[in-house]
Design a protein around this ligand. Structure first.
Ligand code: SF4
Ligand code: SF4
Ligand code: SF4
Length: 714
């Protein structure tokens, strides 16, 4: 059997090479005759495997004859289009004589579709033939057989080799960005866990394909950050590919969790293959023109974020089930989808809710997200001139790492009573510590942590302690690409309604609802714990439910909806209860933004501070010009405005400055930021660069050379 497998593997390798060469020719075909030669040769391969399959389905003397007949018939048919095309060209040559020039391919999209279809059929037939030849049994209906073939090593590895080889053969015609994406795609195809039903292979492929996909997502996110206006064909390709990866990861999760149901994964594999070869054969479409800048294309950006999120949710679930099957098998999809229609609907909602909330709170999902978003934050740190801000971002990443490791141990015990009990320790922000039954034993500690520590730190250093350092949202929104999406705060249909530091009616309503729900959940939880009530929401303590729906589901839904609602929407729209309470402490605290010179602001025409603010606090320049400082309890202290000011005119004021002032100590000179450059044209900043990319034109300049207030420094 090993010898048979080795022979089949050798043939598969040869076929992969031959197919890759044919696809290269297809990509380079310019005339109808060239195109028909390629389709003819691909059709010959199809005919060959169709004949072989007839034999292997029921090996016998008669099936050899039948296979030969079928193969010969298909070969004969496939030669007809080639001859007709060739004869047509001969007629044109005769008619036009020396003036003859070959015509371009009449229907290039039909040609692409024909090549992709022939490659797909060829691979499926080869996969089926080799599976039978290797001793496997293909049983069930046509869908079962196709799924079995498309998820077999003969299909997956051969396809992966073809993808890598064609990418390599055509490397001179492929841009660097697309080249890397295609190679990573080939590797992901190779690392399909369904290829072998061996525990070691499944573990190896799940870990490595997840890691490769994370690298691909980071690369694509950073790529679109650096290329605000993508090649139109490339942007379509990226959109389609990410959607397919969402499908593939869902398929992998379902295959692993439900033990072998691979139809969705097979569909994803075939879709990926189709998209890949359609791009390769139609390579000339790439580089033909720029599409809409993605910062102006909310739907495309939403599609990218949503697809990546779907892939990550299922990747998180996949990793959780792979790493800790005993734990997670008992926590996902616990209610059966049976009974009356109402029962089925309730069970479906229950299962879906706790699956989403469970995955988003799992260590593996948080780690994966942390690596991905953390990489973008590292890129952001590299281009942040302000030292204080760089230090904050490092702290923020450290907090996220601690959270990702410790939080699930608390959450899982609370949300899933049947999950193994783990350490129950209080966590900052857990339902604000009010009457939380699940943490009743340590409620006092929670209250102290929540109000004493968070409140004191917020009062001293501002809301940035929570919203820009402790909270995982900070990491998610501070990386290069997500930070660039703050442009949607001004252009998004919802985001632009929340601009400025005023509290709109909508803001007050959402904050009121969230604080009211916190009070209601906490009271109910407390009464539950005393035995007065026994209220559960979707089977959970009300505070656990509130936390889960707020931070396990709603937060991510609105994260994906950033192109419509803007970044940091938890802050701008006021729907987060942790943020709302932190905001109250911020209001009475010392934190504010100050400028060294009001006159510099009066002369400033860039207003980069306002443009860079992810919260959309666009009214700050007005305050700087009149008062020299700005306070807003919406300000979460990310400090982008400080980094963006082209004159280095801004600084963050907090307890450090207050203490120095009280002690009469001199304030240290600003570090890691630009010195004032009054009178000079501002250097390009992130926001001016963005604007310049989108609207080419002269860079704005300062019209006056104002005098200045004494610069207090930091
Ligand atoms: S408002 Fe809430 S979710 Fe948003 S950054 Fe602040 S604490 Fe985090
Ligand atoms: S960008 Fe700088 S100089 Fe201009 S208004 Fe803002 S703080 Fe003032
Ligand atoms: S005003 Fe400045 S510090 Fe405050 S949220 Fe906006 S960018 Fe961050």
């Amino acid at each position: 059997m090993i010898a048979t497998d080795a022979i089949l593997a050798g043939i598969a390798a040869l076929m992969a090479y031959a197919t890759a060469v044919l696809i290269k020719w297809a990509s380079e075909a310019k005339t109808p005759v060239h195109a028909s030669v390629v389709t003819f040769l691909l059709a010959m391969m199809v005919a060959m495997f169709a004949g072989a399959l007839v034999y292997f389905v029921a090996p016998s003397r008669s099936s050899i004859i039948e296979g030969l007949w079928l193969g010969s018939a298909l070969m004969s048919i496939s030669v007809i289009p080639f001859f007709l095309t060739y004869l047509n060209e001969v007629k044109q040559r005769v008619a036009e004589g020396h003036r003859f020039t070959p015509r371009p391919i009449v229907h290039p999209y039909r040609f692409i579709a024909a090549v992709v279809a022939l490659v797909l059929v060829n691979e499926l037939l080869m996969g089926a033939t080799f599976q039978l030849a290797a001793g496997s049994v293909l049983s069930g209906g046509i869908v079962d057989v196709l799924t079995s073939v498309a998820t077999s090593p003969w299909f997956l590895f051969t396809m992966s080799a073809e993808m890598a080889l064609t990418t390599y053969f055509l490397r001179d015609r492929i841009s660097a960005g697309l080249y890397r994406v295609l190679l990573l795609q080939s590797l992901i195809m190779f690392l399909s866990p369904t290829a072998f039903a061996l525990g070691a292979w499944v573990a190896f492929s799940v870990y490595l394909s997840s890691a490769t996909m994370i690298v691909l997502f980071i690369y694509l996110m950073e790529f679109i950050y650096r290329h605000r206006q993508l090649d139109a064909a490339f942007s379509h390709y990226v959109g389609a590919l990410l959607g397919i990866y969402g499908l593939m990861m869902a398929g992998q999760f379902i295959w692993l969790y439900f033990g072998g149901w691979a139809d969705i994964f097979a569909l994803g594999i075939v879709a990926e293959m189709v998209v890949f070869f359609a791009a390769i054969v139609g390579l000339e479409r790439f580089g033909q023109g720029l599409g809409t800048p993605w910062q102006l294309d909310a739907n495309w950006t939403f599609g990218v974020l949503a697809s990546i999120f779907v892939a990550e949710i299922f990747m998180g679930g996949l990793l959780a089930v792979q790493i800790d099957p005993a734990h997670y098998a008992g926590t996902f999809f616990t209610l059966p989808l049976s009974g009356s229609a109402g029962t089925i609907a309730y069970h479906a909602i229950y299962n879906g809710f706790w699956f989403l909330a469970g995955v988003t709170a799992s260590t593996w999902f948080l780690t994966m997200m942390g690596i991905e978003m953390g990489a973008l934050v590292l890129f952001k740190i590299r281009e942040t001139p302000n030292l204080e801000n760089r230090i904050r971002m490092v702290l923020m990443m450290s907090c996220y790492a601690v959270f990702a490791v410790f939080f699930p141990s608390i959450y899982y015990h609370a949300a899933f009573p049947n999950a193994p009990a783990q350490a129950t320790v209080p966590v900052l922000g857990w339902s604000m510590g009010i009457g939380s039954a699940v943490l009743a034993a340590s409620a006092l500690t929670v209250v102290i942590l929540t109000y004493a520590i968070m409140g004191t730190l917020t009062a001293l250093f501002g809301r940035r302690v929570v919203c820009s350092t402790f909270c995982t949202a900070a990491l998610m929104y501070q990386g290069t690409t997500l930070d660039a999406m703050k442009s949607f705060n001004r252009s998004g249909p919802v985001g632009r309604k929340y601009l400025g530091s005023r509290f709109s009616t909508a803001y007050s309503i959402s904050t009121g609802v969230i604080l009211g729900s916190l009070l209601l959940a906490s009271t109910t939880s407390y009464l539950d714990s005393t035995g007065v009530w026994n209220v559960k929401v979707l089977g959970a303590d009300p505070t656990v439910f509130l936390f889960s729906i707020s931070f396990g589901i709603l937060w991510y839904v609105l994260f994906v909806a950033v192109p419509y609602v803007g970044t940091y929407n938890c802050v701008t729209m006021g729907w987060c209860y942790t943020g709302a309470i932190s905001q109250a402490f911020h209001k009475i605290g010392l934190f504010k933004l100050k400028v060294r010179s009001k006159d510099v602001c009066k002369a400033c025409t860039t207003l980069d501070c306002a443009k860079s603010c992810p919260i959309g606090l666009v009214n700050m320049p007005g305050f700087f010009r009149t008062k020299g400082e700005f306070r807003s309890s919406k300000c979460c202290g990310v400090g982008d405005c400080v980094s963006a000011c082209p004159y280095g005119n801004m600084y963050i004021y907090d307890v450090r400055h207050w203490v120095r002032g009280k002690l009469g100590l001199p304030l240290p000179a600003p570090r890691g930021t630009k010195l004032p450059m009054v009178g000079a044209s501002p250097p390009p900043s992130a926001t001016t660069a963005t604007r310049a990319t989108l609207t080419p034109g002269p860079a704005p300049s300062v019209r006056a050379s104002p005098g200045g207030d004494p610069a207090p420094g930091l």
